[in-house]
Design a protein around this ligand. Structure first.
Ligand code: AMP
Length: 374
């Protein structure tokens, strides 16, 4: 066990790290963050911030030597960096799990090999492979880069076969991709699961996610779906965590298909935007649960204290004037979180708010109105 009073090292210094650090500090832990850009959201609430590129092995070793356990909040960290840090200080979730989840090809192959339902896909490394993948998958379909894709970046949707597949592959520009069949989903869902060092598992309520321009806009909890499907979704998340031998937190994004079937889309071994609601609305938040798991503490209750809707606040909200936070907070059922970022660019996640309601539907209607007030 890594007891309270110990020091946690965090690779990556964004808002996920910031909320993790706040939870860790509440329980008396120290926090050191390693992040290439200075004055990061996590650094503002950490005991120490190491600013160096992930390739700076000397800085990384110094950082690791200062910590009792290391974890990460960012997926695009080279696995070699985790391996280096892990040689000095215990690191969770294991680097092998990030290796799978940070690359769509490995992630899909893992899901297929584990008999977890996912969209039909073909791995593509050349124009010829793309041409044959179009034949096998059919249309509509979506081509996604294997590496470094998020929030819909690095994705091209095809409604029909492009006239020149050679040219399409050239324009795609990535060395490898995954061509996926388009899923006619009725809802997008996510489930966050934690697994402790003693193999205990704990799963959060299902979140129903509404995206706008590929970026999460609203998370509605509990999801407006049948109880039976919620249980299936939670069961799938547990199955994946066990297959990965996870220690820490894993977010599982899913589609609910037109016939009520669940299809897993993506995995992220870290706190997730769609779990922010838990910071205000659960007995134990996703951030505290992650902390408990990596420190070898007993996992906490994930009980939902109230139906809740989380709304992301993007830089767009600053476009004409600063957001009307006073008017938002005039509603006594609202909790506001801002991440300490000073440059509100369109599409940049600046903060979020949560609205509590008597049920998911009412909370969602309130959230839609409050977003307009901002
Ligand atoms: P991803 O980066 O894989 O999470 O994809 C971003 C968003 O694109 C998802 O949240 C969906 O809204 C949409 N999307 C991705 N893959 C598919 C698919 N195979 N079928 C339908 N929609 C998809």
């Amino acid at each position: 066990m890594i007891p309270p009073g110990s020091t946690i090292g965090l690779l990556g210094g964004g808002q996920l790290g910031r909320m993790f650090a706040i939870s860790a500090r509440k329980m008396g832990y120290g926090i050191q963050v390693f992040e290439p850009s200075p004055n990061c959201p996590t650094g503002q609430v950490a005991d120490a911030e190491f600013n160096a590129p992930y390739s700076d092995i000397a800085a990384l070793q110094k950082f690791a030597a200062n910590c009792d356990v290391i974890t990460y909040e960012f997926e695009n960290i080279p696995v070699s960096v985790l391996d280096q840090a892990g040689k000095i200080t215990p690191l969770f979730p294991d680097a092998s799990i990030l290796h799978i989840c940070q690359n769509r090809e490995r992630e899909k192959l893992f899901l297929r090999a584990s008999n977890i339902p996912c969209a039909p896909f073909e791995v593509v490394r050349s124009a010829a492979e793309l041409a044959s993948a179009f034949d096998k998958i059919g249309f509509p379909c979506v081509l996604k880069t294997a590496d470094f894709g998020y929030d819909g970046k690095g994705q091209v949707k095809f409604k029909e076969r492009p006239a020149n597949v050679e040219e399409t592959w050239k324009q795609f520009g990535a060395p490898a991709g995954v061509l996926e069949g388009w899923v006619n989903f009725s809802k997008e869902l996510s489930v966050i699961v934690a697994r402790g060092r003693d193999a205990a598992v704990s799963v959060f309520p299902v979140s129903e996610n509404i995206h706008t321009n590929h970026i999460l806009d609203f998370s509605i909890v509990p999801a407006r779906i049948e109880e039976k499907i919620q249980e299936q979704a939670r069961g799938l998340a547990i199955e994946i965590a066990e297959k990965l031998k996870l220690v820490g937190l894993l977010a599982v994004e899913m589609f609910l298909g037109a016939n009520g079937e669940l299809i897993v889309n993506e995995l992220a071994p870290r706190p997730h935007n769609s779990g922010h609601y838990s910071f205000d609305a659960c007995v134990t938040s996703q951030f505290e649960q992650h902390l408990r798991a990596v420190c070898g503490l007993p996992l906490g209750s994930t009980e939902l204290l109230s139906p809740v809707v989380m709304v992301n606040i993007l830089g767009d909200a600053w476009q004409n004037h600063p957001p009307h936070f006073d008017q938002l907070l005039a509603n006594s059922n609202v909790k506001l979180h801002l991440y300490g970022k000073t440059d509100p660019k369109p599409g940049r996640k600046m903060g979020h708010f949560c609205v509590f309601g008597p049920d998911s539907e009412v909370a969602y209607q309130m959230a839609v109105e409050l977003k307009k007030v901002l």
